[in-house]
Design a protein around this ligand. Structure first.
Ligand SMILES: Nc1ncnc2c1ncn2[C@@H]1O[C@H](COP(=O)(O)OP(=O)(O)OP(=O)(O)O)[C@@H](O)[C@H]1O
Length: 255
């Protein structure tokens, strides 16, 4: 087992935002986190990353509660990529990517050859080598997103938690990013709105509705016309690609 949530809830305001979620993420797997707007995907990702404390229940990494991990060790293991990374400071792309190395560096240890190699590899993988000298604030939304991915990759994590990593990307970069993430020997949880991207790239999916886990399992079993109608109130046809066996979804007009 890699990451595991057991009976995890998080309350904000009047009621639970995440409500009793139990979920195992197998090592090396790419798990898609699906659900309508406001269903709790980002909140659950923050709980899985340990950046937010559960109101009840426990998140474990390798069967050990996150709270029992030394923070630096945890920071080396878990990398996150959020939806809205912003800064008012004039930092370069190279500076942002190098932040991924901080958990690996001691207070008095200078940047090592391993740090430089990890940053180079991450920039190459995310296709941002040519942007390294640019100021972060001058980047397009998609370029910022790929820079954040490079920062997360430079961290050389074993678990990667991505919140809608494709939302600013053109179709080519969407496919590239998810193919890259899927090929990594890393356990990944990725919140997605695009059901066809989930169908194509996720080994399994977890579907949240109003903070509760409505379904979890292999993508092929979970992504059905009935589930899509129930969760999103949209009619669809779900087929399977004969070459890959993977599902695809075609949405139908209301009526
Ligand atoms: N700090 C907070 N205080 C109060 N309510 C919150 C807080 N954070 C999130 N919420 C609410 O919890 C619900 C779930 O939010 P969350 O961002 O986790 O959903 P999501 O599934 O990621 O949504 P989206 O698909 O729109 O990004 C929303 O109704 C949101 O307004």
């Amino acid at each position: 087992m890699s990451l595991n949530a057991h009976g995890v809830s998080w309350h904000a305001g009047a009621g639970p935002v995440v409500d009793g979620v139990t979920l195992d993420v197998e090592p090396g797997q790419t798990l898609g986190l699906l659900g309508p707007n406001g269903s709790g995907k980002s909140s659950l990702l923050r709980l899985l990353a340990g950046v937010r404390r559960t109101s009840s229940g426990v998140v474990r990494l390798d069967e050990r509660p996150l709270s029992a991990w030394p923070s630096r060790t945890l920071a080396r293991r878990l990398a996150t990529m959020g939806q809205h990374a912003q800064t008012d400071v004039d930092v370069t792309v190279a500076d942002v990517v190098a932040l991924g190395r901080v958990p690996h560096q001691g207070a008095w240890r200078p940047t090592s050859a391993a740090d430089r190699a990890a940053v180079d590899a991450a920039c190459a993988a995310a296709g941002i080598g040519h942007l390294r000298g640019r100021t972060w604030r001058t980047l397009s939304g998609g370029e910022q997103q790929r820079t954040q991915l490079a920062r997360a990759l430079a961290q050389e994590p074993t678990e990667l938690l991505l919140d809608e990593p494709t939302n600013h990307l053109d179709i080519s970069h969407q496919l590239e990013l998810l193919a890259l993430v899927r090929a990594l020997p890393v356990t990944t949880v990725v919140a997605l709105h695009d059901l066809n991207l989930a169908a194509q790239f996720c080994d399994s999916v977890a579907v949240l509705v109003e903070g509760r886990l409505r379904a979890h399992g292999p993508t092929t079993s979970v992504l059905t016309e009935a589930l899509i109608a129930e969760v999103y109130d949209v009619r669809s046809v779900v087929g399977h690609d004969p070459a890959t066996g993977r599902p695809w979804v075609r949405f139908l007009p209301p009526g």
